[in-house]
Design a protein around this ligand. Structure first.
Ligand SMILES: O=C(O)[C@H](O)[C@@H](O)[C@H](O)[C@H](O)COP(=O)(O)O
Length: 259
């Protein structure tokens, strides 16, 4: 049975640094247990800040980077060199600074890539990438990702799955194209909630008062159609990593003193 845990940090900087420290520990433990690990990255300010903190960590090379599979939970469907690309931001923050195996970095296609300006083709291709990396133990066409990092929006989106959007109703496909996204850029590629739930651990990382309502609603049982982040659960563990501001509407969790 999956467990849900909430940890609150005094501020956004401590949240990012502590999440990076958690990543080192968890990835090293997973690699010790099975020789490799898989990590799904997210876009957004908190997600990228965690990667920057991981790059700066003196413990980072305890991770065997050569045996780490990197995926994305979503991507902006823009040209490869656009500053809006989650991949570009992740490479600048971390990926280009550690000795990853390039064959194990699974990028979602840009809008000027091999699929041209066709987000449906790019989404279908990424679903194939997931299926080709899923093993018999995964019971399906999506790997059991060891850690999936996710952010969330104030209205409850996660990855690029937005409230009452076509993506939130998707039950068959693992990856979909998202159009007219309320958060720019408008066209994206995203894992669906069923694919997100294939992760062993889902870490929901967010900061700021603007997220406090969505956090409180998600943790009090809101439905995923109106609040997609409520449907982002790991089948082993769901971990909420928050700063005090994002946890501001929670009553039953420990709040550390303001740092
Ligand atoms: O590509 C994206 O935009 C992200 O995947 C998105 O889901 C993000 O994580 C949230 O919108 C939170 O973003 P902030 O951390 O910047 O608030």
């Amino acid at each position: 049975m999956s467990k849900t845990e909430v940890v609150v940090y005094a501020n956004q900087d401590l949240l990012a640094a502590a999440a990076a420290a958690r990543l080192v520990t968890r990835l090293v433990d997973v690699q010790a247990a099975k020789g490799s690990a898989s990590l799904v990255l997210t876009g957004g300010g908190t997600g990228i800040a965690v990667l920057s903190e991981l790059r700066a960590s003196t413990a980072r090379d305890a991770i065997d980077w050569s045996r780490l599979d990197i995926y994305w939970g979503d991507e902006r469907f823009v040209p490869a060199d656009s500053d809006d690309r989650n991949e570009k931001q992740a490479r600048e923050a971390l990926l280009d600074h550690v000795p990853l195996d390039p064959k194990r970095v699974h990028v979602m296609a840009p809008s000027d890539g091999e699929f041209g300006d066709d987000p449906d083709a790019a989404a279908a291709a990424y679903a194939e990438v997931l299926a080709s990396n899923a093993g018999p133990e995964d019971h399906g066409d999506v790997p059991s990702f060891d850690i999936m990092l996710l952010g969330l929006g104030g209205e409850g989106h996660t990855a690029s799955v937005f409230p009452e959007s076509p993506a939130v109703y998707e039950t068959e496909r693992s990856v979909v194209a998202v159009r007219n996204c309320p958060k720019p850029p408008p066209t994206r590629i995203s894992l669906t909630l069923p694919a997100i739930r294939r992760a062993r651990d889902v870490w929901l990382m967010t900061a700021g008062e603007a997220k406090a309502d969505a956090v409180a609603l998600a943790l009090s049982g809101a439905g995923e159609v109106q609040l997609p982040v409520a449907g982002a659960r790991g089948h082993r563990r769901t971990l909420w990593l928050l700063d005090r501001a994002a946890a501001g509407k929670l009553t039953k969790v420990y709040q550390p003193p303001t740092a």
